[in-house]
Design a protein around this ligand. Structure first.
Ligand code: AMP
Length: 568
């Protein structure tokens, strides 16, 4: 439904009734069929359309007081009948006038609405834009006049400037817009960047002044870990996918990199409930990334984990996250929002991480998934009910954040999962906005399959002196494969009588979930998919991956064929 349709009942009568500040009683207007006036302000030949201030003041009769809106005095009492309601009145103005004169630069739309009792909608075009005015005829007229006044005022100032400067330009008169633009350029003060930076720091300090204390250190090195020699550690790392750990601390000397925990007990002896959960799911030993990530994260350091999916990276950040949340000085009951946030690029990954989260059920922590395409209202209700862990795609979370439907201030443990993929998908602006509302002294984990420039930049901006754990080569950048022959191919297969499902970004969310479910539980044994399925999707027992198209780069190839060899 469009904004236009919103305004009328079934009989075409305007149902918007603002009229809080009535117009003069002696005004009579007809109910025209979407009345339109083309009023072009500030045109190049200097002609101004729209009645001058005096004319309108006369027309309205002697008011008790002439205000800045062209002669309307306060206190006039008029009631409007339904017949006096009118269809929208549209006036055309130069696009440059909108914004400078009518929008933020002059009176705000809100001011105009409050003073006139009409509702105003602006449709910006190219050279010209439309100001659409809804409401009773009188309110529309009043709003129109106020707008005319504002634009005329802008023109008058432009003419004064014109007088001062000569105003001729190739034989024609400068337009208001040009004059205003020139004025802006000439009078613009130089920007004091130092002051802006200082203010930014002050604002940040102020913003985070009252946050409760945070605790990040939860690690006690087991004697069996502490006694490992440097050679033994080197040997272990070599044997475990040649895992490599580095300290990216730029400010001080490099720190001691913790030795790996080769067993679950070495990492979690102090946390029996974690051990119970691990026993319950039946894992026998940590994967290499887990062995190295756990001591780093439990020590409270930020971490970048460069790891292929299927290496157990989710558990690598989840278990320390549980311990971190449980150990915060502010008790869970007093926390006014979630404690952990996992940002992830796709809905499928979000759902998968949630499933992994729910497998452990640590201390009854409640997790929810927030993703675009899902039921927004339902997600909002879940947030309202109270939640400990939010697993979200950046777009939808940013939407809830901007509408103040979720509190991010309580988050102390942040995960940027598959950062390279999130950047490939263009989520950087949303991530930036989300992170503005998360306390800067949080603990941050970033995972990525690759280490291209964008991911390095993200890491530098949002992690503090992180340690880095990685397996394999780092110099390959991933680009998104958007080719989509999936529908054709799966239809061909269906016609051949094969039971297939298809997965690609253009399918509805429910269809994508259905497809994945069918494939996971064996209802269909063939999944035709784009690279959406190439990373992070945890499907067991895939025996064959056919590359119908050759992947664009070797890294994507690795992700695709990696579907056959999960968890190491
Ligand atoms: P991820 O790389 O996080 O997508 O994990 C892939 C799969 O490995 C998931 O199904 C995990 O449950 C499983 N997994 C995680 N850690 C281990 C482990 N230590 N041993 C065996 N499987 C694991």
């Amino acid at each position: 439904m469009s904004d236009w349709e919103d305004e009328y009942d079934q009989d075409g009568v305007a149902i918007y009734k603002p009229a809080t500040k009535p117009a003069p009683a002696d005004w009579k207007f007809s109910c025209n069929d979407r009345e339109r006036e083309n009023v072009v302000f500030g045109v190049k030949n200097g002609t101004k359309f729209g009645a001058p201030r005096e004319t309108r003041a006369n027309r309205s009769g002697p008011g008790p007081e002439v205000n800045k809106w062209g002669g309307r005095g306060p206190g006039r009492q008029t009631t409007f009948s339904k017949e006096e309601s009118s269809r929208p009145l549209t006036i055309t103005v130069e696009t440059t006038s909108i914004g400078r004169v009518i929008g933020r630069g002059g009176a705000t739309i809100r001011e105009l609405q409050e003073s006139s009792g009409a509702r105003i909608k602006i449709n910006k075009g190219g050279y010209e834009g439309e100001v659409v005015i809804f409401g009773s005829t009188a309110a529309q007229q009043k709003a129109k006049e106020m707008i005319e006044d504002l634009v005329a005022e802008g023109s008058r100032r432009g003419q004064e400037y014109e007088g001062r400067c000569g105003g001729e330009k190739n034989g024609s008169v400068w337009s208001t817009a040009e004059l205003q633009a020139a004025n802006v350029v000439q009078n613009r003060p130089s920007i004091d960047w130092d002051a802006i930076r200082e203010n930014k720091e002050k604002y940040k300090e102020l913003k985070w002044k009252d946050i409760p204390p945070i605790k990040k250190e939860f690690y006690t090195e087991a004697p069996s870990v502490a006694m490992l020699t440097a050679e033994e550690v080197g040997e272990w790392r070599k044997e475990n996918n040649n895992i490599f750990v580095d300290d990216l601390n730029e400010e001080e000397e490099k720190r001691q990199i913790p030795n790996p925990c080769r067993t679950f007990l070495e990492a979690f002896e102090r946390y029996p409930e974690i051990m119970e959960n691990i026993d319950r799911v039946g894992f026998t030993k940590p994967t290499p990334i887990q062995s190295q990530a756990w001591p780093v994260l439990l020590s409270g350091e930020d971490l970048i984990a460069i790891a292929q999916t299927g290496t157990g990276k989710t558990l690598a950040y989840l278990l320390p996250g549980f311990i971190h949340m449980d150990g915060q000085p502010v008790p869970r009951a007093e926390r006014d929002g979630p404690g952990m946030l996992v940002l992830t690029p796709t809905r499928e990954l979000a759902l998968q991480i949630e499933a992994e989260c729910n497998k452990y059920r640590y201390k009854g922590y409640k997790s929810i998934c927030i993703y675009g395409g899902g039921d927004r209202r339902g997600q909002i209700n879940l947030v309202k009910d109270g939640v400990d862990i939010v697993i979200a795609t950046p777009g939808r979370l940013n939407d809830l954040q901007m509408n103040e439907l979720i509190n991010l201030r309580s988050i102390t443990y942040l995960v940027l999962d598959e950062a390279d993929r999130m950047l490939d998908m263009g989520f950087e602006p949303q991530i930036m906005k989300i992170l503005l509302d998360i306390r800067p002294d949080r603990q941050t984990v970033m995972t990525s399959a690759t280490w291209p420039t964008g991911v390095r930049r993200l890491a530098k901006s949002y992690l503090k002196n992180p340690m880095m754990v990685y397996v394999g080569t780092l110099d390959l950048a991933v680009s998104r494969n958007e080719s989509n022959q999936v529908d054709d191919l799966s239809s061909d297969m269906c016609l051949q009588g094969l039971a297939v499902q298809s997965l690609h970004g253009d399918r509805e969310q429910c269809d994508r979930e259905e497809a994945l479910k069918d494939f996971k539980n064996g209802r269909v044994r063939i999944l035709v998919a784009t690279d959406l399925a190439s990373r992070g999707l945890d499907v067991h027992d895939v025996t064959h991956v056919f590359n119908f198209d050759f992947p664009r780069n070797i890294e994507e190839y690795v992700h695709r064929v990696g579907r056959t060899g999960r968890a190491g």
